[in-house]
Ligand binder design. Structure first.
Ligand code: RB5
Length: 154
């Protein structure tokens, strides 16, 4: 399966986004940048929505979201059905986000980690593999909850 990567940030995550894009390019991966592209103050939900919509629409798309803390982007992204967005602050969390949670979006805080740390976390997440088994059973429960909550709203 060929995986596409989409990436987005607000102004608080712009510097780290540029570093992550450059790191991915070194690995031969051209991430699709959905903005923002300058330091003007913007609203993180606008960019979180773009990336999360792309990931929710395709099982072959992974996302990277960055704001100042990573908190706002996590909240937005996890509103989308099928999105499992994980805010990570170290390499262990980044690896676990894939091995146990099969996170299809990794979220970073541009004011929390250095560019070097952020790139290392992206590497740990990308290079890890979902373990399946009991972890898939837990993701199935999350999917059931998601369907039931959506159904109870309509
Ligand atoms: C922007 O100042 C900041 O609130 C945003 O980047 C993010 O940290 C929100 O969760």
């Amino acid at each position: 399966m060929s995986v596409r990567i989409v990436i987005g940030s607000d102004h608080g995550g712009l510097e780290l986004k540029d570093a992550v894009k450059a790191y991915l390019l070194e690995r031969g991966i051209a991430a699709q940048d959905l903005g923002t592209n300058n330091l003007d103050s913007v609203d993180y939900p606008d960019f979180g929505e773009k990336v999360a919509r792309a990931v929710a629409a395709s099982a072959e798309t992974l996302g990277i979201l960055i704001c100042g803390t990573g908190i706002g982007m996590s909240i937005v992204a996890n509103k989308f059905p099928g999105v499992r967005a994980a805010l990570v602050t170290d390499d262990f969390m980044a690896r676990m986000a894939k091995e146990h949670n099969n996170a299809n979006i990794v979220v970073l805080g541009g004011r929390v980690v250095t560019p070097e740390q952020g790139c290392a976390m992206v590497a740990a997440w990308l290079d890890a593999s979902f373990e399946g088994g009991r972890h898939q059973q837990r993701l199935d429960k999350i999917a059931r909850i998601e369907r039931e909550v959506a159904g109870s709203r309509s």
